[in-house]
Design a protein around this ligand. Structure first.
Ligand code: GRF
Length: 200
């Protein structure tokens, strides 16, 4: 059984896609052992609770300094002994100690075809605003391993999505989620769980 911890900061639609995949059998041999958010009010935590999944908030302002916050985050992950850490819209820079400890076992979903529109400052709607401003005809999403950089780790899977006339950032974001993110992230998790993708 692949034990996964999912780190979230927002609405949790990618988390929901994983939950749905496990429940409908398209993701085999996998258990979400904990969902962790840096925001106590993240709706992603509600999604976890509705499905009986351990949901925990680790909030920066509840700690005296960044080091204590990082230690609490790492402990919250270590405690449940995950095989895989999934970043699904997690907007906190991971502590180096965590990247080193879980190297090769942390994956992230990014809403563009890396190396386009990624790196510092490219998150959420900003990614789609930049794609529209550049005038690309195709965008998409990427699942990649997480290393010390921002969106720089080895690419695991990508899926392209057409940009359409009249797209707003919100419309494009929704299409990229529906047609790419919610497909490739569960697909990669299933392939890891089934041994088709190996973890280091
Ligand atoms: C998604 O667009 C994802 O690609 C990005 O952050 C957003 C998270 O959305 N990393 P949600 O919380 O999964 O709905």
């Amino acid at each position: 059984m692949l034990r996964i911890v999912t780190l979230v900061s927002g609405g949790g639609t990618n988390l929901q896609a994983i939950i749905d995949g496990i429940e409908n059998g398209s993701i085999e041999n996998t258990e979400i052992v904990r969902v962790i958010s840096n925001k106590a009010d993240a709706y992603a935590l509600e999604r976890a609770k509705k499905h009986g999944i351990d949901a925990k908030a680790v909030v920066r302002k509840e700690y005296p300094d960044k080091e204590a916050f990082h230690e609490a985050l790492i402990s919250a992950v270590d405690e449940v002994k995950p095989d895989l850490v999934v970043l699904a819209g997690f907007l906190v820079v991971l502590p180096l100690k965590m990247i080193e400890k879980y190297r090769g076992r942390i994956i992230n979903i990014h809403p563009s075809l890396i190396p386009s529109f990624c790196g510092n400052g490219f998150y959420g709607l900003k990614v789609h605003e930049a794609a529209l401003a550049r005038g690309v005809k195709v965008t998409g999403a990427t699942v990649h391993f997480v290393d010390e950089g921002t969106d720089t780790g080895p690419i695991i899977r990508q899926k392209a999505v057409e940009v359409q006339e009249g797209d707003t950032p919100e419309i494009l974001q929704k299409r990229v989620m529906e047609q790419a993110e919610w497909i490739i992230l569960p697909g990669v998790i299933n392939d890891i769980a089934c041994g088709k993708i190996s973890l280091s």
